[in-house]
Structures are given as C-alpha cells and as structure tokens.
Design a protein around this ligand. Sequence first.
Ligand code: ATP
Ligand code: MG
Length: 553
Amino acid sequence: MTQTNEPVDFIREIVKQDLAANKWGGSPITRFPPEPNGFLHIGHATSICLNFGIAEETGGQCHLRFDDTNPTKEDQRYVDSIMRDIEWLGWSWNEHLYYASDYFDQLYEFAVRLIRDGKAYVDDQNAETIRIDRGTLTQGGSDSPYRDRSPDENLELFEKMKNGEFQEGEKVLRARIDMSSGNLNFRDPVLYRILKSDHQRTLGKWCIYPMYDFAHGQSDSIENITHSICTLEFEDHRPLYDWFIKELNIHHPQQIEFARLNLTYTVLSKRKLSQLVDEKFVEGWDDPRMPTLSGLRKRGFTAESIKEFCRLIGVSKRPKTIELSLLEHSLRKGLNLTAPRVMGVLRPLKLVIDNYPTDTTEYLEATNNPEDESMGTRLVPFERELYIERDDFSEDPPAKFNRLAPGREVRLRYGYFVTCTSFVTNPESGEIIEVHCTYDPTTKGGYAPDGRKVRGTIHWVSANNCVDAEVRLYDTLFTVEKPDESDDFREVINPNSLEVVRNAKVETIVLDPNGGNTYQFERLGYFTKDTENESEEVPLFHRSVTLRDTWAR
Ligand code: ATP
Ligand code: MG
C-alpha cells in the first residue's frame, strides 16, 4: 500500500483542519480508553491504530487511560495484558498512562457541584423502578418522588453514600435533567451507585463509583483531550457529555464517532469473549482461535499484519462487516515475503525407494524463499526412507489426481522422479502403511534429461532425519458468518474449529533457535512455533493461515 501524508479518512481530515485553524492552540491529544475487564481484540486494534496513529502523524500524543469505574468486573491481569498488547503493536503512550480512578476525587467534587446547583439528586428508588420510570423511545418517563429534594439534603445524603452508610442499591445519585427528553440519556441518568467492592487501585477507599457516562467525558476533559474518538453507539451519549461539560464549565474535547469493526465468523463483544473463556469453549483469552490480540499473536500474526489490516479497512461512519479473509490476507501477504519455506508432513506415510542405496544421505539444495533470494538456500537430507503426505498417495486414483499412485511417476520436491512399484497394507485394518518406489538417478534436481514430464510434485521429509511435531489446524470458531445474529451465539460454535495433529514430521531446521518462529510448510500453509511450549521435546506449531483463502465459502 502506498503511504502518503494526506489524510485518508474523515477523522484525520477533521484533525488536519483543526490543526490548520490552530483550533486547540497546540498538537492533538487523543486517547485510547479501554475498560480493564477483558483482553484486547482486533476491534480494539482499529481504535488503537487510529488514536496512536493520528498522534504520531501530527506530532501529538495519545494517552492510555484505563476506564476502571467498575471494580466488580475489572482486574489487574487485564490491565497488564492491555499494556503488553499495545506495546506489542508498537505504540507508546510515553509517560501518559492514566486511570479514571485517578480522578475519583475530582469526579466526586464535580458531582457535589452539580448537587449544589440543583442539577443532581439522590434517589431512593431501586434500579428496577428507575428503569421502568425512564419510559421508552415512544413514551416519556416519569419523575422520581425524590427529584425535588433540596441541595442541602442531597449533599448530606450523597456524603452518607460515600461514607458507606447505605447498602448497595439503596440509593443512587442522578442528574436532574429532563424526564421527557427525546434522548433517553437525558432522562435523569444515574451518576453514582453504591458498590461495596474493593477497587484494584483505590482499594477500600470508595464504596460509591461513578457510572461510565459520568466518568468518561470528564476524564477526557481533565486530560485536555482534543479529539475524543469513540464508536457509534456513543453518538447518543454525546449531548449528555456536552451537558456535563457545560454545567461544570470545563475543557470541552471534540467527540467524533466511527463505526466499530465487525468481522465475519467472529464475535467481538468482550462479554461474549469472556463467556467463551469461562465456559471453556476455548483454552483461554489467548487461544489461537480467539480474535484477541494475544490469540492472534499466538496464532502467528505479526504486529505489522494487524496494522496493515487496519490500514486496509480504514475508518468509516457506516457500520459494515469485514470479511475474515481480509485479516488473513494481511498476514499471508507479509509472511509470503518473510517466512522461510520448509517441508513438513502432517500425516506421514512411509515411502521406501527400493533402488536407493541404504546408509547413504544426499544433501539436496532447497530454496528458503522464492520471493527473496537473499534468504538463500539450505541442504535437505535425502535418504532411502522418506515420509510423504498420506493424501499424496492413492491406491485407486480418482480423475485429476496428479500425485503418487501405483505405476505413476511424480517429482519429489528438490529431489528426483520416483515411480510407485507397490504398497503394503495392514492385513487387519486394510490401512496403507508403506509405499515402495524406484527413483531415476538421472533426474536429480527434478528434471529428466530426456524431457519427460510428470503430473505432480510432492513434498517429503527424510524418515530418519526429521523431527516429530504437534500441529494444530484451525477453522473458524463459528459456523455462520454473523454469529451475533443467532439467538445464542454458543449454538453456532464450530465443533471442528481445532484439529490436533500429533505425529507430524518436519525438517529439523525448525529447531534452529535463530530461525524465527514462523515457517511456510510447503503446500500446507504458514505455521508458527508456540514459544511457550519450547521446553517440551516435541515442538508445537499453530497453523497461522493457509496458503490460499479457504473460507471464502
Ligand atoms: P464491549 O466489547 O463489551 O462492547 P468495549 O469493546 O467497548 O466493550 P472498551 O474497553 O470500552 O470495551 O473499548 C475501548 C475502546 O475500544 C473504546 O474506545 C471502543 O470504542 C473501542 N472499541 C471497542 N470495540 C471496538 C470495535 N469492535 N471496533 C472499533 N473500536 C472498538
Ligand atoms: Mg466500551
């Protein structure tokens, strides 16, 4: 993709115009504001690349702020994973690491100001009643009987809430705006609730916590954010944030909404992703089938491939669903240029070359990457006994089968022409356990001096000169394009999303600690070594992506 310095989306265009007009009297300040209640996913990556990208391109700064206002759902483990993932993507918040919980005192003071001004009140109604009295899109809400409490009474009650004198759910603080507003967010939204939970950072200091809507906009304001970029579902909240800012008379960031990323065959809601983890449909947040950044990383995705994907899809105001194959394309495109090729056999079948000398090893020259000559060649051991892919032999070949079959001649990649002479079956199961062939010594390098052609080329490894490996093959985690549209997304989980292949045989070069972790196994796809598994004797490989797009169904 060509890189230009011109804005490529409507948000960058706005930032550019603001800069030209010196609207903010300085460089843009953006932020990425995750709630630490789960791991980051590919949708977050689009927001990260947008916010950190804009800051980088304009000489501004992007803050990392944890929106940690709900201690019951949040955890330090998530904070740590989020920081690791952003750094892995290659972005830096420099010294600008913040937490909404840093502002709890300030937010409390904002609430007190609203109470004094008659703009907020303590409500004794329970959550259910508040919800019902809020009305609907077509029907106005009704006033709480506590709505007209005096500021003094409200101040006293709010202080008692803070001091832990009430039980959870007994009271809330609400803004006093307009119960008949066409925008439901204006119908006296709850600002504070009682939660007798310790917070991972403020510990036992607070037993009231601000609602997201009361914390988010003001946190942006406190940090002097210029462009507060968020997803479309916050469009209706913007007038409320503006109201708080106006009433409190504080710095007013410009909120700009864009459409969140949706991907086919994928769910991107943290609630659903954590359900997949908790209910053990996957092995964890970093399971290679998960759309989380840690899952994609384990799968073999590079930071560059994810950034490339974010560039390709761009930023828009209109919701759309991106094809999963585009994400895979971004990875394949990069790996094609960088991943060394090796041969690996997933389902080994012994091939014995009867006319090849025993106790002889020949070293055949193989190209490491046809896309990049500078990656050079390697020597692959060739011997009398090899393994070939079970599927590359057919006892009774169907039409168009171009690989090995009785009487047929094929090319062994980088090697010789071989002709199948016989095969051995297990007398009990009928399973083919060994194939015999002869080779033509004049065809070294894969070409016959007499010019005869073969229909197929197959990969192989030397039977006594290879390593055993476990290989995990993945399919989409869901069987339908839009799992979110199912009544229960768990019912459309793909039961065959993981296939474990235990007896794969791979060239020994994959054990080379200097060789990188991702290889192309010729004809089979790109595979990434699981580095957390390194201590084990048998390396574990995850198939990162197939060579061609296989799930454009
Ligand atoms: P949930 O998945 O439950 O809706 P969330 O993804 O909004 O929660 P946050 O931690 O609040 O969780 O997200 C942090 C930031 O990432 C927000 O600014 C949000 O707009 C952005 N974001 C989240 N999901 C996506 C997505 N699919 N596409 C683009 N941006 C996203
Ligand atoms: Mg959110």
